[in-house]
Design a protein around this ligand. Structure first.
Ligand code: DOR
Ligand code: ZN
Length: 421
């Protein structure tokens, strides 16, 4: 007896490289990172062995857990299981619930449901409210504001930016200008790249006008990456991109996965896809997000399939495949851990003393993605059949084991992480 609560010994991602280390955990925090020979005594010692690695828990700034209101698609239990199985220990949940999460009462209702069901830590966004001042009294309870395409063109959009500037919170913008949509059987033509550029320009104008922190989420075109990179020299602008926009292209809309792969913004042509891929490779964007957007399979196979698909279980392992096959640097993992954590003002996303003991044990093991085997309620994926090289063996949230070899903890240990801004 005595010593720290837990020590994990093995190859760990510390300060940007994989090193042999002993990671000591006490009261949910990392209290020491030493060479294995200097490991302190511990109640429990986990030896990783040759085929396992220790990574920081991933942080996803853009997910849809769907509860309250859309629990037939996902709920905080199943969505957080998907996160834990994907090595994601902290998620930020979007407000397009039924009803939308755009009042203090609804923000609090969501938080209380997440507290009682989530296996991973969480933050929430406030949705568009034409009188956003209503949200000021609970501003410490949500991380930022989210504006959808129609919200950005509503009369209250500027007011949201002004309030965000005052509260020093981000405005996350889904940039697509609905006036640029056109009828086309091909989803990527119906919502063309120009629509994203047009809306991104409007969002940048509002940021310039108000001084607010603008975060453009799921950027999917070369043009927006270029213009936003130029604009951020003078303005407070951050960006994220998804694995699907980096790895898949619009050719899926011409094949059997067309309905499944329907997502907004759409998968793009090869040039835009490559630009997104490069933005991850070079760390031009600030974060990787999944936009985990589960729907029922029956909905996806209907005449008018809703946009979105699950992503939390695969994102880390898709990135690791790029790294292990030599196409991306190891530093791409920072975009899904330390950098989003830093944006949210959290001591998470790094294996370092003083940080939360959010840890993921990754095993070197080949497996083939099958949508039917996902733990999300949404049992399909546009990555069907892709061969991965790693799997999550165990996931710890603040030192608590929430996932281990296919088994999930019963207890909801997830906590609200941040109202910071
Ligand atoms: O693909 C998408 N799915 N894009 C959105 O903007 C919404 C999301 C959803 O909630 O399903
Ligand atoms: Zn989304």
């Amino acid at each position: 007896m005595g010593g720290v609560d837990l020590v994990v010994v093995g190859r760990a991602l510390v300060g940007g490289s994989l090193v042999e280390a002993a990671v000591a955990v006490e009261n949910g925090r990392i209290v020491g990172v030493t060479s294995p020979a200097l490991a302190p005594p511990a109640e429990e010692v986990v030896e990783l062995g040759a085929k396992r690695l220790l990574l920081p828990g991933m942080v996803d700034l853009h997910v849809h857990m769907r509860e309250p209101g859309l629990e037939h698609k996902e709920d905080w239990r199943t969505g957080s299981m998907a996160a834990a199985r994907g090595g994601v220990t902290c998620v930020f949940d979007m407000p397009n619930n039924r009803p939308p999460t755009n009042t203090c009462e609804r923000v609090r209702e969501k938080i209380s449901r997440a507290r009682s069901k989530s296996l991973v830590d969480f933050g929430v966004y406030a949705g568009y409210n034409p009188q956003p001042a209503e949200l000021e009294r609970c501003s410490s309870e949500f991380f930022g504001f989210k504006l959808y395409p129609d919200d950005l063109y509503s009369s209250g959009a500027e007011e949201v930016f002004r309030l965000a500037a005052k509260l020093r919170k981000p405005v996350l913008v889904h940039a697509e200008d609905p006036s640029r949509f056109r009828p086309s059987p091909l989803h990527s033509e119906a919502r063309p790249p120009e629509a994203e550029l047009s809306a991104a320009r409007r969002a940048v104008e509002l940021a310039a006008l108000t001084g607010a922190w603008l975060h453009l989420t799921h950027v999917s075109t070369a043009a927006v990456l270029r213009e936003a990179s130029a604009a951020r020299v003078a303005l407070d602008i951050t960006l994220d991109a998804t694995p699907h926009h980096a790895l898949l292209n619009e050719s899926l809309y011409r094949g059997p996965l067309a309905s499944i792969a329907r997502v907004n913004p759409p998968l793009r042509g090869e040039e835009d896809r490559e630009a997104v891929y490069e933005s991850l490779r070079k760390g031009v964007v600030d974060a990787v997000v999944t936009d985990h957007a589960p729907h029922q399979l029956e909905e996806k196979l209907s005449q008018d399939p809703p946009p979105g698909f699950p992503g939390l279980e695969l994102a880390l392992h898709l990135l690791l495949r790029e790294v292990l096959e030599g196409r991306m640097p190891l530093s791409v993992l920072e975009l899904y851990s330390s950098r989003p954590a830093a944006l949210a003002g959290l001591r998470k996303g790094r294996i370092a003393p003083g940080f939360d003991a959010d840890l993921v044990v990754v095993e070197m093991r080949e497996w083939v993605v099958k949508g039917s085997e996902l733990v999300s309620k949404a049992k399909y994926t546009p990555f069907e059949g892709v061969k991965l090289r790693t799997a999550t063996a165990a996931t710890y949230v603040r030192g608590l084991l929430v996932y281990h070899e296919g088994v999930f903890a019963e207890k909801a240990v997830g906590m609200l992480v941040s109202g910071g801004g």
